[in-house]
Design a protein around this ligand. Structure first.
Ligand code: IMP
Ligand code: MG
Length: 183
């Protein structure tokens, strides 16, 4: 259950969160990311490869803001239990040959240690895309240990646990319009 108070604090199960980034700021950042991508792609039609579950809202806003010709596909790769990274990246579902020769835009909700991203990137490379651009709405630079650049980032954030706009705590909170931080 999600309960909300006037001070924009919410409780999800055993944890309390406070408002961190309101909906309007997220919309502005997503619009800017779409513009950056349009400029970088310069008329090329990319394949947006969307990493479920967390990226579903971000990706739907991003591809609509992008506007130009593109294709869209979904993959799933999960590594989190509760608020701690388990470190071991589990099974990857949905990656197909359609990536071959394409400019692939990997769409992540949040990049934390980078374990998920690196595992994904290596698998993706086996499918021989022409180019890979990594886009994430959030990046935690102080804990990121990945070896590839996160090319397009909406918000660089401290190593705090976030929920909302696709991000969950134990699968709850993904449908919140704003993003909240654990207090
Ligand atoms: P990484 O493998 O440590 O980079 O973690 C990446 C994945 O962990 C993300 O795609 C999210 O699913 C999840 N994650 C990392 N940080 C958070 C957070 O602050 N809130 C919710 N999920 C998170
Ligand atoms: Mg994710």
């Amino acid at each position: 259950m999600v309960s909300e108070t006037l001070s924009k604090k919410i409780r999800i199960q055993d944890k309390e969160f406070e408002l961190f980034i309101p909906e309007e700021e997220i919309r502005t950042a997503v619009g800017q990311l779409a513009e950056e991508l349009k400029e970088k792609l310069n008329g090329k039609s990319p394949l947006f490869l969307i990493v479920l579950n967390g990226s579903f809202l971000f990706a739907s806003d991003l591809v609509r803001a992008f506007g130009g010709p593109c294709s869209v596909s979904f993959i799933r790769l999960k590594s989190y239990q509760g608020t701690d990274s388990t470190g071991n990246v589990r099974e990857l579902i949905g990656l197909t040959e359609e990536c071959a020769g394409k400019v692939v835009v990997l769409v992540e909700d949040i990049v934390d240690t980078g374990n998920t991203l690196m595992a994904l990137y290596e698998k993706l490379a086996e499918h021989k895309p022409a180019e890979v651009l990594v886009t994430s709405l959030f990046l935690k630079p102080s804990v990121y240990k990945g070896k590839v650049p996160v090319d397009h980032v909406g918000f660089k954030v401290a190593d705090k646990f976030l929920v909302g706009y696709g991000l969950d705590y134990n699968e709850i909170g993904r449908n919140l319009r704003d993003v909240y931080v654990l207090i």
